[in-house]
Design a protein around this ligand. Sequence first.
Ligand code: UDP
Length: 320
Amino acid sequence: MKVLITGGAGFIGSHLCETMLSQGHQVIAIDDLSTGSHTNIAHLESNRDFQMVVDTVLDTQLINQLIRECDQVLHLASAVGVQLIIDQPTKTIQTIVEGTRVVLDAAKRYRRPVLITSTSEVYGKGSKIPFSEDDDIVLGPTSTRRWLYASAKMLDEFLGLAHWYETRLPVTIVRLFNTVGPRQIGQYGMVLPRFVQKALKGDPLTVYGDGKQARCFCHVSDAVTALIKLSQCKDGYGKVINVGSEEEISILELAQKVIAMTDSQSEIEFLSYEKAYTQGFDDMQRRVPDLARIKELVGYRPDYDLSGVIQSTIAYWQNQ
Ligand code: UDP
């Protein structure tokens, strides 16, 4: 198959390109390098089955041309990272909503299956754990910029499902939960690369709030395996599907575990959300995926446990 991967030079996108190439597919990656980077895909550029296009998914003509050439689209291009989203709200909305509209319109024109990556952020302030795909959704107010990310991604989901409903365009929606691993950078807020880099330098690890908020961290290679299997699963069309890990850890415990695993002398310091982000910032306390649907569809089982996920991230930063 020939696949188009939008956001192909990003953290998850670059791993996806690599794995699809290793499975014998041809890959075209498009990325505007806003948060992605050339270094993520530099090792793929000599591969004859790989083509990199540095441009934006907002270019309708280009996207039409690329989708026409391909058998399938995996749409990962998006604004990412809590810090970036609250710093660049208009750009975030435009990239997410308009980018997905352009991709879906072109996919509809050439009848190409599309997998759209959404996010566990859409579960917002939900308190029923674990989060199932058909649960009700509670978000914070529009005056808190964090929630625009979830709202924009929800609109993408609605649009994708609308295309499936109206014309049976094969659309699969995936909600990714805290994906981590090699090549993820801490610049836009992501906690694990930040903690690992600081622990390796012996600098203090900064825990926001009281550190009792908890997350489940999924290794990027498990997420990529799931994305590929789902993109090839016809029973997933017209569905929203969680991808993540079920192993939960509080952020304070994560900081302690990273320090122990790196044998670091780093200390842990606490910072209020107001100082870390902005006034009126809202965090979610817990975020655990219900994986029943993906297990049923593709028999998903992550290879990495939490220690393996952290170890892999440490090994990556030790080599940088
Ligand atoms: N966090 C933290 N210190 C940091 C970066 C993040 O304590 O240097 C916290 C953040 O407030 C959140 C959790 O770690 O509660 C996960 O943050 P991340 O941005 O990685 O993902 P998300 O908030 O999207 O789950």
